[in-house]
Design a protein around this ligand. Structure first.
Ligand code: HEC
Ligand code: HEC
Ligand code: HEC
Ligand code: HEC
Length: 186
């Protein structure tokens, strides 16, 4: 009897742990941390490619005259760079700032749409050993996005859609070419 009860309890405990893992939140560590290992020509210069992209400007854009006008027309009371209605697609982690368990010291909302916006908060996958294995990285919070299976396009469209006040359509093949940042072969 005791054994059966223990058995049942451990099954319940195991499913509790699995549920916790599914809901586990990871810390945003910021672009500068990714830079350590994604900077050189050989690595693929992902950080330089991102810096040259509009995604790096997405927060700054919210301070422009155009943004202030759009927000006013929508009846948004706050300045656009402080309004969740705009920040939700123009930045990451803006709602977590101040919570040091979820936002590291190097993280900046000002970085706009950055590495972790697409790849997931890096606090637990950032070590070399974990990063070298895609499977381990995903277990530790990296999002399983790929161009090949359509999951990347699906993610783009969570922001590139009609809810964007300036939306003019989204052609994935064309837009992906502008921001692609592959690891060079060989
Ligand atoms: C300590 C070094 C290190 C740090 C820090 C690091 N990475 Fe990596 N990352 C690697 C290595 C090594 C690989 C595997 C080889 C490669 O693809 O360059 C990798 C691979 C990746 C991949 C491809 C994963 C796959 O298999 O599909 C992504 C995406 C990635 N890193 C994103 C990030 C992001 C975002 C950050 C910051 C939050 C970051 N990395 C921080 C070393 C690092
Ligand atoms: C979290 C929201 C978000 C996600 C996810 C996202 N984007 Fe963006 N993207 C933006 C915002 C916001 C801008 C506008 C930035 C600005 O101009 O200030 C933008 C701008 C761009 C631009 C520049 C547009 C131009 O005409 O110059 C390209 C290209 C782009 N995104 C491609 C992509 C692709 C490809 C994906 C998916 C792999 C993607 N984006 C995912 C929010 C997002
Ligand atoms: C707008 C979304 C977006 C942003 C921002 C972004 N990435 Fe990616 N990244 C992707 C997608 C989608 C892929 C998957 C490409 C594929 O299917 O091979 C990818 C692939 C990668 C890879 C693997 C490349 C390969 O050839 O294996 C690395 C490494 C990487 N990203 C690092 C970064 C780093 C570092 C940053 C920030 C400087 C960053 N990414 C910013 C969407 C993004
Ligand atoms: C659903 C996601 C989403 C929301 C919400 C959103 N944006 Fe954007 N924003 C984007 C994307 C994606 C782009 C780039 C492509 C486009 O124009 O759709 C963009 C582009 C812009 C641009 C044009 C930048 C340029 O280079 O021309 C401005 C200005 C802007 N957004 C302001 C705002 C303001 C202000 C708000 C809040 C009232 C807001 N956005 C809310 C996703 C969003």
């Amino acid at each position: 009897m005791k054994k059966i009860v223990l058995g049942i309890l451990s099954v319940i405990f195991a499913s509790y742990l699995i549920a916790q893992e599914g809901a586990k939140k990871h810390q945003f560590i910021g672009v500068d941390k990714c830079k350590t290992c994604h900077k050189t020509e050989k690595q693929g210069k992902q950080v330089a490619i991102w810096e040259a992209s509009k995604h790096a400007q997405a927060f700054a854009t919210l301070k422009s005259e155009e943004s202030i006008k759009i927000a006013k027309e929508k009846g948004i009371a706050k300045a656009p760079h402080e309004a969740p209605e705009c920040l939700k697609c123009h930045a990451s982690g803006y709602d977590l700032v101040g919570d040091t368990t979820l936002v590291g010291p190097k993280f900046a909302v000002e970085h706009g749409v950055q590495c972790e916006t697409c790849h997931g908060a890096g606090g637990d996958y950032k070590t070399k050993k974990i990063m070298e294995s895609r499977e381990e990285s995903i277990k530790n919070g990296m999002k399983a996005i790929l161009v090949a299976d359509g999951t990347a396009e699906k993610q783009c469209r969570t922001c590139h859609n009609e809810e964007s006040p300036t939306f003019k359509g989204f052609n994935f093949e064309e837009q992906w070419k502008k921001i692609a940042h592959p690891v060079p072969a060989g």
